[in-house]
Structures are given as C-alpha cells and as structure tokens.
Write a protein that binds this ligand. Structure first.
Ligand SMILES: NC(=O)c1ccc[n+]([C@@H]2O[C@H](COP(=O)([O-])OP(=O)(O)OC[C@H]3O[C@@H](n4cnc5c(N)ncnc54)[C@H](OP(=O)(O)O)[C@@H]3O)[C@@H](O)[C@H]2O)c1
Length: 261
C-alpha cells in the first residue's frame, strides 16, 4: 500500500473488549479500516456493524488465540492481503498475573509471558520486515505503568510488561531509519474487565472509552510513549529515580494497601 490516499488499516489484538475495543471505536470514528483479533467470536461479530456505523469503511475479524503463534501469523497474512498492507499494528491482548511469596507462580508467569510478551513479539516480528520493505507503518504495544518497577505480588505481570516495553524501545531505535514508527502505551488503571477483578483501590481510575481515544490518537500520531491517566506520567518519573531502599519500603507498605492486601 502506498499509505497516501487510503485510510489507515489498523489491526488490533484483544479487540473484543476493554482497551482494545475502546481503541477500535476511536479508530472507527477517525475513518480507519479495522482488523480485529480476539477469541470471543460473538463479541467481535457484534462490533462489525457498530464500528461500520461509527465511520469505519471496512471491518474484518479473525477469531483466534494469539498464543497460537502460527494462527496469529496466518491471520496477519489475511489482513495484509485484504487491506493491501496493514498500516498500524496494535499489540494489546494481555492478562494480569501474580507471583506471591507463598505459592509456586510458574503457571501464572508462563501464561502471562506467553500472551503479553511472546504473542506480541510473534506478531511484531512477522510484520516488521514487511513494514521495513514498504518504508512505512506503525507498531504499537500496550505495556503498563507496572513495567517501571517490580510491583509487589506482580512478578509475572511486571516482568511481562518490562519485557514488552524494553523490546518496543529497541525496535523504535532499530526501525526509525526505515520510516517505521514504534509506539509504547503505558496505561495506569483503566476501567475494564481486567481491573474489575482488582480488589484494592485504583487511584485515578480512567474510563476505558477515554483511554481508547487517547491511545488511538497516540498510535495514529506515532507518539513514542504515552501514559494515561496523566497523573501516572509523574508517578513513572518518580518511580524511576527512587533508590531501591526507598522503593522497597513504599512497595511493601503503600502499594500493598492499594492492591487491597
Ligand atoms: N485495564 C488496565 O488498568 C490496564 C493497565 C495497564 C495495562 N493494561 C493492558 O492493556 C491491555 C488490555 O487490557 P484490558 O484491561 O483491556 O483487558 P480486558 O478487558 O481483559 O481485555 C483483554 C482483551 O484481550 C483479549 N485476549 C485475552 N487473551 C487473549 C488471547 N489468548 N488471544 C486473543 N485475545 C485475547 C480479550 O478477548 P477474548 O477474551 O475475546 O480473547 C480482550 O479483548 C493488556 O495488555 C493489559 O495488560 C491494562
């Protein structure tokens, strides 16, 4: 695709619900063509007429588990053909995962890394050479504020988000000379099915629709790093510079309280 006279062709993983669905709505309002990936067919099918009505000229779906790496690559091939090139790839599908001191966390860690890291990298690496050959495109990944420091009881989740953030940063530098943009999205607390399972308090909790709008704009603009709600941008700056001794004390007392412990 030449990328000049056609609307963006945006493919989103984890598009059936939560932040992915909210981003799809925001992209549709901006006239983007959409490729939606998730496991729940009924949710994806219901989205097709909704997004068309909102302004998307073309909405296609692929029902699959993105940890089926071959199936994900086949779906991306399909979208590449149907859209004559994916212009924006948004790697959003993710789960939270814990690792507590009293239990063997291996299963959680493996599930979390398989989805949050390996599935995302599987898709990014598949699309990377094509975008480089076209000298255009954007790869965006949904990381988290949890990537910045290891959060208590969140060894699985923090590890996965630190991995995706670091990967996206390397990719951003690598792909810049080829005209391919890389976008990192770092949500704080957003109201979705994922946070509905949280029992602690969630400071500055943001509506999914608002987050979707902010993140979709960041993807279309090719912004390098976007945090929302905005208060977490400050938290990230502070967390980054806190010495370990201070961080450990805060993590043990304050953050456990936030998480309802
Ligand atoms: N909500 C927050 O506060 C928050 C904060 C920081 C980061 N994040 C990140 O934002 C992203 C989206 O989270 P969310 O809160 O929107 O979660 P969510 O409401 O639980 O939605 C997750 C989406 O991912 C899809 N998904 C899950 N496993 C999948 C799989 N194996 N294959 C394909 N699709 C799969 C789900 O669809 P199906 O079930 O239909 O497959 C759903 O569409 C995640 O990467 C999460 O870590 C969220």
């Amino acid at each position: 695709m030449d990328g000049k006279n056609v609307s963006p062709a945006v493919v989103i993983t984890g598009a059936s619900d939560g932040i992915g669905k909210s981003m799809a709505i925001a992209f549709a309002k901006r006239g983007a063509r959409l490729g939606l990936i998730a496991r729940r067919r009924e949710l994806l099918e219901a989205l097709v007429p909704e997004l068309t009505k909102l302004g998307s000229p073309e909405v296609r779906i692929a029902v699959l588990d993105v940890t089926d790496f071959a199936a994900q690559r086949a779906a991306l091939d399909g979208f590449e053909r149907e859209f004559n090139g994916i212009s924006h790839l948004v790697l959003n599908a993710g789960i939270s995962g814990r690792a507590t001191p009293t239990a063997d966390g291996w299963d959680d860690i493996r599930k979390c890394l398989e989805l949050n890291v390996f599935a995302a990298l599987n898709a990014a690496e598949w699309m990377k050479p094509r975008m480089v050959a076209r000298k255009s495109g954007t790869i965006a990944g949904v990381s988290s504020v949890a990537a910045i420091r290891g959060l208590p009881d969140s060894g699985a989740y923090s590890t996965s988000k630190a991995a995706i953030s670091t990967y996206l940063e390397s990719l951003r530098v690598d792909l810049a000379p080829f005209g391919v943009k890389v976008v990192t999205i770092a949500p704080g607390y957003i109201e979705t099915g994922l946070t509905a399972r949280n029992h602690g308090s969630m400071p500055f909790l943001m509506k999914s629709e608002e987050a979707g709008r902010i993140f979709a704009e960041a993807v279309l603009a090719g912004r390098k790093f976007t945090v929302a709600p905005w208060q977490y941008a400050w938290l990230i700056r502070i967390l980054r510079i806190l010495p370990n001794a201070v961080y450990d004390r805060i993590a043990a007392r304050f953050m456990r309280r936030i998480r309802g412990k």
